[in-house]
Design a protein around this ligand. Structure first.
Ligand code: 4AD
Length: 466
């Protein structure tokens, strides 16, 4: 085969070399009958290709053909790398390709619902362009999602999903290095695991069933099965009624469950080291991707400490009360209070990533272990990025009779979860774990305002396609 070069690797150093590239025709422009410019894009990188009529090499027909290419068609181009005197507008690479051969591999429809160049602009760029009287269509979120295959071609979106891949990768690598085993639990369930409200019901060959709201019950049962430390990356289904910027009906859960020797802080320690490692790795290995995201959606890099700040729920409540906000000390924090506390924590401790633990028992799921010293509180925690929750976790009740009592107290019919409760009757170690929302981590690390931006094909209360 011939040697192909990636557009992202076209730099001044290879001036004079003949290259072969494949990409999409992002913009096409003819100048008279003898010159055509085609900006070709590959995975967010763009290069300007120039066709100039010269004896034997490029014909007038070729210039005409290039000028008639529809945007987003896939082309193969062979040509010589040259370095122009002035920088090229609308291309990421500083060189040009002087075209010798150009083939169209696949034609795109002539009138696409999304113009990638427009869809890739930042708000500030759009405002400027509109003021300059430019013809421009602002692409709204629904149009983007309706034509997601086009939308995900923008450099920012290419960056977002590579960052997402790295988050998952670090999660796996870190946990494997700490002796965790990756598992897969069933997504078809006989009953709810996180309370009955937000569950998708279905018919399982005549038997009532539902989609898993989390791997909670089976990851705990796997601890009873002697795996000691497990993790799972898998889909989580919530029949959410809320149409918000941070709730999806299907998201990717990063779950962890582990034996505890002495204290639930052993679980919090894993969260701490895992996420410091994750943020460090993203900042080191995803520079290009983060820049591409920042160019369209400007954000400040996440502020986090070498050792993650831990506050008790009581301390959090106190900070909010001192700031004049009324808070029920045994209730849950609403979205607004969480945001406010995030701001107070940033002002006082200089971090946008912190752990809040010892939540009131009443606001946690039935499987949560109460505090030994005060049953009004629990050995549980939430973790926040920029004032929004990305994780919830806890030590679990591992004593089966007490577990049954807690389930009944929370309005759950123990019969529906009897195989789970029984798993603790064969000997169960103290244990705890946590669940992370992958899309939330990416959204908040990148300072994005909507979880739909970090889900490749989002599922929300109003969207089941594409
Ligand atoms: O807080 P949740 O519901 O906790 C659990 O599922 C427990 N089983 C976890 C545990 O091990 N104790 O969900 C965990 C995380 C949240 O912190 C959030 O990041 C994400 O999952 N999440 C959602 N992400 C997108 N859309 C939704 N509807 C989400 N609901 C929760």
């Amino acid at each position: 085969g011939r040697k192909w070069t990636e557009i992202g690797n076209l730099w001044e150093e290879i001036k004079g070399e003949v290259v072969l590239i494949r990409g999409r025709a992002q913009t096409v422009r003819g100048v008279g009958k003898n010159i055509a410019f085609v900006v070709v894009r590959e995975r967010g990188f763009t290069v300007q290709c120039v066709l100039t009529v010269e004896a034997d090499k490029v014909s007038r027909q070729m210039v005409k053909f290039a000028t008639s290419l529809s945007k987003e068609s896939i082309v193969d181009v062979e040509g010589v790398i040259s370095v122009p005197n002035t920088p090229i507008k609308g291309a990421s690479q500083p060189v040009e390709v002087q075209v010798r051969k150009l083939y169209c591999v696949s034609k795109a429809l002539p009138n696409l619902p999304i113009n990638i160049e427009d869809a890739a602009r930042s708000e500030v760029e759009i405002e400027k362009a509109l003021q300059a009287g430019e013809q421009l269509v602002r692409v709204n979120q629904d149009t983007r999602l309706n034509y997601r295959v086009l939308d995900i071609r923008t450099p920012a979106n290419q960056g977002i999903f590579r960052v997402q891949c790295q988050v998952e990768n670090v999660f796996r690598q870190f946990l494997l290095s700490e002796g965790f085993v990756g598992i897969h639990t069933p997504k078809l369930m006989s009953g709810a695991s996180e309370g009955g409200a937000a569950v998708f019901k279905l018919d399982y060959k005549g038997q009532p069933a539902c989609l898993a709201q989390s791997p909670q019950l089976h990851k705990q049962m796997s601890i009873c099965g002697d795996f000691a430390r497990v993790f799972e990356v898998g889909p989580v289904f919530r029949a959410e009624d809320s149409y918000t910027h941070r709730h999806l009906c299907e998201f990717t859960g990063l779950d962890v469950e582990m034996e505890i020797k002495e204290h639930y802080f052993e679980v919090i320690d894993i969260v701490d080291r895992l996420f410091v490692k994750m943020f460090d790795t993203l900042n080191e290995t995803c520079k290009k991707e983060l820049e591409a995201i920042q160019r369209q959606y400007p954000f400040e890099p996440l502020k986090y400490l070498r050792q993650t700040l831990r506050l008790t729920f009581e301390e959090g409540v106190k900070m909010l009360q001192e700031a004049g906000i009324e808070i029920d000390p045994y209730g849950d924090l609403n979205t607004e209070a969480e945001r406010k506390l995030g701001q107070l924590v940033l002002d006082k401790y200089g971090t946008e990533f912190y752990i809040l633990h010892r939540y009131p028992l009443a606001v946690r799921p039935f499987y949560t272990m109460p505090c030994y010293d005060n049953e009004a509180y629990s050995n549980s925690f939430d973790v926040f990025i920029r004032g929004e929750e990305i994780i919830s976790g806890a030590q679990r009740v591992h004593e089966p009779d007490f577990l049954a009592v807690r389930a009944e107290a929370c309005g759950i019919d123990v019969k529906t979860i009897s195989t789970y409760v029984d798993a603790f009757r064969y000997g169960a170690p103290p244990h705890g774990g946590f669940g992370v929302g992958l899309e939330r981590v990416v959204m908040l690390f990148c300072g994005l305002n909507n979880i739909r931006k970090t889900s490749l094909y989002p599922r929300d209360p109003l969207r089941l396609t594409p």
